[in-house]
Each structure stands twice: as structure tokens, then as C-alpha cells.
Write a protein that binds this ligand. Structure first.
Ligand code: HEM
Length: 141
């Protein structure tokens, strides 16, 4: 469960990204494709070389979706309902992959934010990404 303090930390840290959303998203995706190569099979139509236009464009979309989720943090199911349909019914992404992306996003955030990515922030982001992942996976049941 996200506590009120967790929510505050997530909002604060997101506020510190200041225009670097596309870069963070692209780095998270690049790390995911590199560390967990089977994730590449979902993107056969993408140019997956690091920093490609498609990776950047997609990174921006993913981070924008997370920003929407943060704005609707008390109502994630509704806020992410369409994305949940897309990932479950259209894309059929195996839910195990959500953990991989979450992990890679955290490394991207940590390398950018340095000391600001404190253990408390780490824990809050981890809980938030788990909550997002369970919403994205809830239609599979
Ligand atoms: C598309 C978000 C995890 C595979 C998308 C889109 C968003 C998004 C916003 C674009 C939707 C649109 O264009 O309307 C997220 C979020 C995730 C997540 C917030 C987890 C935190 C994953 C994972 C995979 C994946 C783990 C597979 C390893 C895809 C694919 C597309 C897509 C294949 C379609 C790409 C395209 O053809 O443009 N996702 N996603 N997603 N996602 Fe995810």
C-alpha cells in the first residue's frame, strides 16, 4: 500500500525530472532491451538501437502514462484502464515483463537523481510501479 508519505515523495521526485521525461523513458527501455533481451520480441517493428527515434518516442509515451498515473494515484484502475486493455488484450504482454521495466526505470531514475534517489524514494517508486503493474495486469485474470 502506498502511504501518504510515499505519494508525496513520488510527486516530488517526478517534479525534479524537469523536461527529462523522454530521456528517462528511453534509458529505461534501452536498459530493459539490453538486460532482458526477450522483451525485444514485443517490438519487432521497432528500431531497437539505443537512442533510436522509436525508443525515444516510446519512452516519452511510457513516462507520460506514468505521469498521468501519478496525477491519479488514488484511482489508478480508472486512469490506466485503456492501457490495461491494450497490454492485456491487444499486446498480450506477459506480466513478468512489467517488473523488468520497473527495475530498469528505477536504475534510470537513480543514475539521474543521485542522492535524491534516497532509500525512501526508492521504496516509494517501487511500490508505485508495483501498483501500476497490477493494474496493467488485472485484465488477465
Ligand atoms: C505501448 C505504457 C510496460 C510493450 C504502450 C503505450 C504506453 C505504454 C503509454 C502507448 C499506448 C498508445 O500508443 O496508445 C506502459 C507502461 C508500462 C508498460 C506505463 C509499465 C510500467 C510494457 C512492457 C512491455 C510493453 C513491460 C513489453 C515488454 C508495449 C508495446 C506497445 C506498448 C509492444 C506498442 C508499441 C507500439 O507499437 O507503438 N505502453 N507500458 N509495455 N507497450 Fe507498454
Amino acid at each position: 500500500m502506498l502511504t501518504a508519505e510515499d505519494k508525496k515523495l513520488i510527486q516530488q521526485i517526478w517534479g525534479k525530472l524537469g523536461g527529462a521525461e523522454e530521456e528517462i523513458g528511453a534509458e529505461a527501455l534501452t536498459r530493459m532491451f539490453c538486460s532482458y533481451p526477450p522483451t525485444k520480441t514485443y517490438f519487432p517493428h521497432f528500431d531497437l538501437s539505443p537512442g533510436s527515434d522509436q525508443i525515444r518516442g516510446h519512452g516519452k509515451k511510457v513516462v507520460a502514462a506514468l505521469s498521468t498515473a501519478i496525477k491519479n494515484i488514488d484511482n489508478l484502475s480508472q486512469a490506466l484502464s485503456e492501457l490495461s486493455n491494450l497490454h492485456a488484450y491487444n499486446l498480450r504482454v506477459d506480466p513478468v515483463n512489467f517488473k523488468f521495466l520497473s527495475q530498469c526505470l528505477q536504475v534510470a531514475l537513480a543514475t539521474r537523481l543521485g542522492k535524491d534517489y534516497s532509500p525512501e524514494v526508492h521504496s516509494a517508486v517501487d511500490k508505485f510501479m508495483s501498483a501500476v503493474a497490477s493494474v496493467l495486469a488485472e485484465k488477465y485474470r
